[in-house]
Design a protein around this ligand. Structure first.
Ligand code: GTP
Ligand code: MG
Length: 444
C-alpha cells in the first residue's frame, strides 16, 4: 500500500456503531486484573537516611511485620546499599517487595560523595532492565524488576532546616527516582516546631529546584485526596512495633512517662497519610512514573550515548539497521585509526631502540679499542721487563760462574797448607762451611 493511501485511511473519521447484543469485550479490564493478580506485583522502596534515624522501624510499621534488621555501625568508611527482597501476600495478591537501606549514610567526615553509591545503585537497576529489554530472547514477563519505585528520604527532626547533605542528595536523585521526603522521629519535636520545620523544608526544596514526587491529581477519583496530601508534605512520621491497649483496641504506639504517641493517630503524626499515599492510593502511579519517566530518561540517554537516534537532522526516520551499520562503520574506522596509530608508535619505538643499540654498539667498540690499546701497551712493557730480567739473569749467571771458579781455587789453596795448631785445625774444619755459606749468600 502506498504511503499517501495509508495517510488517507488514517485521516478518515472513525464511525461509532451500535452493537446488536452483548459481545463480551467489556470483560477486558477483568481479564487484565486476573492476569496481573496471577502474575503478582513487585514494589521496590529505597530508604535514604542517616544511621539510626528510624528507617527499619518505619518499614516494619508500614508493612506490619518484622523484616530482617541489621543495625548499621557509625564507622563505615563509605556509604553502601543493602537490598533485601521478601515475598508478601495480602488476600490473594502476591507482592515481591524489595527494601533497600543506605548503610553508613551521613557518617563520614567528608560527605561530598555520599550520594554517588545511591545514584550508581539506581542506575545499575535501570541498566539491567535495559539489558533485558535489548536481549534477543527477552523474558520481561518473569523478570525480577529491581528498579526503585520510591525513595523515602528521611530528614532528621532536629535542626532548623535541611542539611546540605540532604539538599545535595535529593537534588542528585530527583531525576532518577520518585522522592517522598519524611521527617523521621516526629514525636521528638513539638507540634509548632514541626509545622515550622515542614514549611522551611518545602521552601528550601523549592528554592533549590529539588523535584519531589507529587501525588497525581489528573484522575478524578483520587484528585481531591492527592492534592490535599501534596500540601502535607513532608510527612512527619513515627515508627514503632510496640502495641498498647487504647480502649478495647491494640494499637501501635511509643510509650513515654507522660503518655503515648499513637502511630496510626492522625493527630499525633502523618504515618497513616504516608501509608495511604504510598501503598493504598498511589502505588501503581509510582510504578508507572518509574517506568515512563525515570527509566525512559535513562534509556533515552543511554541509547543516544550508544549512537541511536529516532530521526536524522533532515527528520528522515532512522532505522535500527541503518543506525547499527553507521555505528559499525564508525567503530571500524576508529579501530583502523587506532591500529595505524599503534603501528606508527611501534615503528617509532623500534627506530628509537635501534638508534640506542647502535649508540651502545659504538660505545662498546670504542671501549674495546681502548682496552686493546691498553693491552698492547701492557704487553710491550712486560716484554721490556722480561728482556731486562733475562739480561740481569745472564749477568748474574756469569757472576756466579766467576764466583764458583774463584771459590774452587780458594779451596784448592787451603788443602795444600799443613795444620799448625789446634786453633788452625778448628778454622780448617769451619772453612768449607764458611765458604759454602759465603757462596750460598752470593747465590741468593
Ligand atoms: P540503621 O539501619 O542502623 O541505620 O538504623 P535505622 O535507620 O534502621 O533505625 P532503627 O529503625 O533501627 O531505629 C533506631 C532507633 O531509633 C531505635 O532505638 C528505634 O526504637 C528508634 N526509633 C525508630 N523510630 C522512631 C521514632 O519514630 N521515634 C523515636 N523517638 N524513636 C524511633
Ligand atoms: Mg536499619
Amino acid at each position: 500500500m502506498a504511503a499517501n493511501e495509508m495517510d488517507v485511511f488514517a485521516n478518515e473519521e472513525k464511525r461509532n456503531l451500535e452493537l446488536g447484543g452483548h459481545v463480551g469485550f467489556d470483560s477486558l479490564p477483568d481479564q487484565l486484573v486476573s492476569k496481573s493478580v496471577a502474575q503478582g506485583f513487585c514494589f521496590n522502596i529505597l530508604c535514604v537516611g542517616e544511621t539510626g534515624i528510624g528507617k527499619s522501624t518505619l518499614m516494619n510499621t508500614l508493612f506490619n511485620t518484622t523484616f530482617e534488621n541489621e543495625e548499621a555501625s557509625h564507622y563505615e568508611s563509605e556509604v553502601h546499599l543493602r537490598p533485601q527482597t521478601y515475598d508478601l501476600q495480602e488476600s490473594n495478591v502476591n507482592l515481591k517487595l524489595t527494601i533497600v537501606h543506605t548503610v553508613g549514610f551521613g557518617d563520614q567526615i567528608n560527605r561530598e560523595q555520599s550520594y554517588k553509591p545511591i545514584l550508581e545503585y539506581i542506575d545499575a537497576q535501570f541498566e539491567s532492565y535495559l539489558e533485558e529489554e535489548l536481549k534477543i530472547k527477552r523474558s520481561l514477563f518473569n523478570y525480577h524488576d529491581t528498579r526503585i519505585h520510591i525513595c523515602l528520604y528521611f530528614i532528621a527532626p532536629t535542626g532548623h532546616s535541611l542539611k546540605s547533605l540532604d539538599l545535595v542528595t535529593m537534588k542528585k536523585l530527583d531525576s532518577k527516582v520518585n522522592i517522598i521526603p519524611v521527617i523521621a522521629k516526629a514525636d521528638t519535636v513539638s507540634k509548632s516546631e514541626l509545622d515550622k520545620l515542614k514549611i522551611k523544608i518545602m521552601s528550601e526544596l523549592v528554592s533549590n529546584g529539588v523535584q519531589i514526587y507529587q501525588f497525581p491529581t489528573e484522575d478524578e477519583a483520587v484528585a481531591e485526596i492527592n492534592s490535599s496530601m501534596n500540601s502535607h508534605l513532608p510527612f512527619a512520621v513515627v515508627g514503632s512495633l510496640e502495641d498498647i491497649k487504647v480502649g478495647n483496641k491494640m494499637v501501635k504506639a511509643r510509650l513515654y512517662p507522660w503518655g503515648s504517641v499513637q502511630v496510626e493517630n492522625e493527630n499525633h503524626c502523618d504515618f497513616v497519610k504516608l501509608r495511604e499515599m504510598l501503598l493504598r492510593v498511589n502505588m501503581e502511579d509510582l510504578r508507572e512514573q518509574t517506568h515512563a519517566r525515570h527509566y525512559e530518561l535513562y534509556r533515552r540517554c543511554k541509547l543516544e550515548e550508544m549512537g541511536f537516534k529516532d530521526t536524522d537532522p533532515d527528520s528522515q526516520s532512522f532505522s535500527l539497521q541503518e543506525t547499527y551499520e553507521s555505528k559499525r562503520k564508525e567503530f571500524l574506522l576508529e579501530l583502523q585509526r587506532k591500529e595505524e596509530e599503534m603501528r606508527q608508535m611501534f615503528v617509532n619505538k623500534v627506530k628509537e631502540t635501534e638508534a640506542e643499540l647502535k649508540e651502545k654498539e659504538k660505545e662498546l667498540h670504542d671501549r674495546f679499542e681502548q682496552l686493546k690499546r691498553m693491552h698492547q701497551d701492557e704487553k710491550r712493557n712486560l716484554e721490556e721487563k722480561r728482556r731486562e730480567l733475562e739480561e740481569e739473569m745472564n749477568a748474574f749467571n756469569r757472576r756466579k760462574v766467576a764466583a764458583e771458579t774463584l771459590m774452587g781455587q780458594a779451596l784448592q789453596g787451603c788443602s795444600q797448607q799443613p795444620f799448625k795448631k789446634d786453633k788452625d785445625k778448628k778454622n780448617f774444619f769451619s772453612l768449607p762451611s764458611a765458604c759454602s755459606l759465603t757462596s750460598g749468600r752470593n747465590l741468593n
